[in-house]
Design a protein around this ligand. Structure first.
Ligand SMILES: Nc1ncnc2c1ncn2[C@@H]1O[C@H](COP(=O)(O)OP(=O)(O)OP(=O)(O)O)[C@@H](O)[C@H]1O
Length: 419
């Protein structure tokens, strides 16, 4: 469900936004408008939505409008025109009193600079937002202590900022935002000042916090690795415009223009494409175990002319892979009526839908059959093969876009046969 809806938002810095808007409509660039009028186009017609619970990353070169955009969400910067709806409320028309209340209840912001007060302890710094919100002392201490523990700072409550490393200070900033338990967190280059190792650690922390939460995070970053690592979706900004919004995979496989392409140049796609993204749901011979015996499985595979079958239980959970050879060997030993488990091929490690291809490629490349792909409940979602992966790299031809006659070497047919 969309939590933040941004409708035709413009921000022009200067005395006559309407005039600048007319020039935009006439096709003038940001630079031309600046030269002609002295006004700066901060954000140019941003129009997109953010779903509840997602980490939405905004990237773009310096000056492309990221900070201006995020500051319009809580109206630290007033939009020139357009609307922003958050939780179904139009915040662009909200009166000041309501806006302050809305911010305190729903939004927290984390900046690059830690903005900690040197004379306050870690606990007092982290509790600062709650104090502003007028929370009673006992409650704010409790909530702040819980937030500090969430970011790994338990035991540091009584220290002062100068006694903490940069990474720890940023954690205090994060705890301050978390303590307010906002449904939206706005993070402007929040990790940029941290050294690479700590930065990765903080990204992990954020992903972990997000696992059990439907908080929405709007995250501005300069760093592509960071965006790919944490972003459910990414928006790319250029000269005030949002030029593309999509999942990392979508953008990588189908960049909107050369600017976006240049951003992603040098990214290893195996790092970004997940097994779930390219899983082939149409290929495998699925063998149900309900009445499955070795003879009938062999007959099925022979009839379909497949060498391998994927054995599932009634809940569609994956149990093992059998091959014509493994079944035939069992038949020769006179076990035709036995159940299939003795025929499962050894050493098969199913992929999870979220595994990235880089990690599972060695296995995918080394097996004679496509690798099963499962969700977190072991439900069988389909298979990935090396061919499938290579085709995806060469052309954006993934599930949902493939249609029929897609040219996969694997036969595109579904056989769901209960034995
Ligand atoms: N208060 C202001 N007055 C005039 N122009 C401004 C103001 N704030 C921002 N701008 C201009 O708006 C444009 C967008 O700036 P913004 O800070 O949003 O970019 P950014 O993408 O966040 O950049 P960075 O990555 O360097 O923080 C820039 O051209 C900037 O010069």
């Amino acid at each position: 469900m969309d939590q933040i809806i941004i409708k035709n938002i413009f921000k022009i810095f200067g005395p006559d936004p309407q005039k600048a808007k007319c020039l935009i409509d006439q096709g003038l660039t940001k630079e031309e408008i600046l030269e002609k009028t002295g006004m700066t186009v901060g954000v140019n017609n941003a129009d997109f939505s953010i779903k509840r619970g997602e980490i939405f990353v905004v990237m773009g070169l310096s000056g492309s409008g990221k900070s201006t955009l995020v500051r319009m969400f809580n109206r630290l910067i007033e939009p020139s025109t357009g609307e922003i709806h958050i939780n179904g409320q139009n915040i662009t028309t909200m009166g000041n009193k309501d806006l302050v209340k809305f911010r305190l209840k729903h939004m927290s912001m984390v900046f690059q600079s830690f903005a900690l007060m040197p004379h306050l302890t870690v606990l007092e710094n982290a509790a600062f937002g709650l104090e502003l919100a007028g929370e009673p002392k006992a409650e704010r201490s409790e909530r702040t202590a819980a937030a500090l523990s969430q970011v790994g700072l338990e035991g540091w409550e009584d220290q002062y900022p100068k006694q903490l490393s940069g990474g720890m200070q940023q954690r205090v900033g994060l705890a301050r935002a978390l303590a307010a338990d906002p449904d939206i967190m706005l993070m402007d280059e929040a990790f940029s000042a941290l050294d690479p190792l700590i930065r990765t650690e903080m990204q992990d922390e954020l992903l972990k916090l997000q696992e059990n939460s439907d908080r929405t995070i709007f995250f501005i970053s300069h760093d592509l690795d960071e965006a790919l690592r944490i972003g459910d979706r990414i928006a790319i900004m250029e000269g005030g415009r949002v030029v593309q919004v999509g999942t990392p995979e979508e953008i990588l496989q189908n960049p909107a223009d050369d600017y976006v392409r240049a951003f992603f140049r040098g990214v290893d796609p195996t790092n970004v494409i997940s097994a779930g993204e390219i899983v082939n749901t149409h290929y495998p011979t699925i063998i149900r175990t309900r009445k499955g015996d070795i003879r009938s499985a062999l007959e099925l595979l022979n009839a379909r002319d497949f060498n391998h079958g994927y054995v599932l239980n009634a809940k569609h959970q994956f149990l093992g892979i059998v091959s014509i050879d493994s079944l035939q060997e069992a038949m020769e030993k006179g076990r035709a009526k036995d159940t299939l488990e003795t025929c499962y091929l050894p050493g098969v490690k199913p992929a999870n839908v979220s595994d990235n291809m880089q990690d599972i490629l060695p296995q995918v490349a080394s097996k004679a059959f496509p690798i099963p792909v499962l969700d977190n409940d072991n439900i069988f979602k389909g298979v990935v093969s090396k061919n499938r992966f290579l085709k995806t790299l060469h052309k954006s031809d993934i599930n949902g876009h493939n249609g029929s006659g897609n040219g996969y070497e694997e036969p595109a047919q579904t056989i769901q046969t209960a034995l």
